[in-house]
Design a binder for this molecule. Structure first.
Ligand code: COA
Length: 177
């Protein structure tokens, strides 16, 4: 994380400091809806901030990667099933989804998005609290490079021309033998 910033979980009493990532829907989610999602147990939002402003935020919720998300059974076997022991080869695996993630314009392209992604990966893996193998995201087209840089892969090529693309990160790649 950049110096002087801290990550806090949203609460009813949290006063959200100014934020503008350049995307109205994402701005609006943070300012108007994140707390409702939190209270309805639909997603949890973490805010990354200093004393003056919100530098970024991300929302997480539970998910799974399933054979139905991939374009063929062959692809599922190659990219997912074959990476697990034979007796653990199922048709879906547990995941946590990044529902939303955004960095304020003042902080973009300074490595904060990457630091936050490292923070999310470490948070999910920490103590193996959740039993979660993958991180998933429906990535906006303009953010695909960012997710690629952070070692996310595409789940399928069938969404190659869509506005958002399904991507995943395999947390087991961070385990030390
Ligand atoms: C996408 C986003 C989260 C990246 O955060 P960031 O702090 O700017 O990213 P970093 O500085 O860690 O950059 C990491 C890599 O991401 C890519 N990247 C960053 N910003 C980018 C942008 N605006 N467009 C395309 N690629 C970008 C670059 O490849 C960069 O690597 P490089 O510096 O070696 O070239 C941020 O730009 C953002 O909030 N954008 C608007 C909202 C959005 O699209 N959110 C994603 C919703 S799925």
């Amino acid at each position: 994380m950049l110096e002087g910033l801290q990550a806090v979980k949203i609460t009813d009493s949290h006063i959200i400091k100014p934020f503008n990532c350049g995307d109205l829907d994402l701005n609006d989610f943070l300012l108007s809806d994140a707390n409702n999602y939190h209270n309805q147990l639909l997603a949890v939002t973490y805010i990354v901030e200093n004393d003056l402003q919100t530098a970024g935020f991300f929302s997480l919720l539970t998910d799974k990667v399933s054979v139905n998300d991939t374009e063929s059974k062959n692809q599922w076997r190659k990219n997912f099933r074959s990476t697990l022991p034979r007796n653990k080869q199922f048709s879906s695996y547990p995941a946590i989804k990044i529902g939303r993630l955004a960095i304020d314009l003042n902080f973009q392209s300074r490595g904060l998005g990457t630091s936050i992604m490292d923070f999310i990966k470490a948070m999910i893996l920490n103590d193996n609290r959740y039993g979660c193998r993958y991180i998933t995201v429906d990535a906006y087209r303009q953010s695909l490079k960012y997710y690629e840089k952070n070692d996310f892969r595409y789940l399928t090529s069938t969404d190659a021309n869509e506005d958002t693309r399904l991507m995943y990160f395999d947390l087991s790649t961070l385990l030390i033998d």
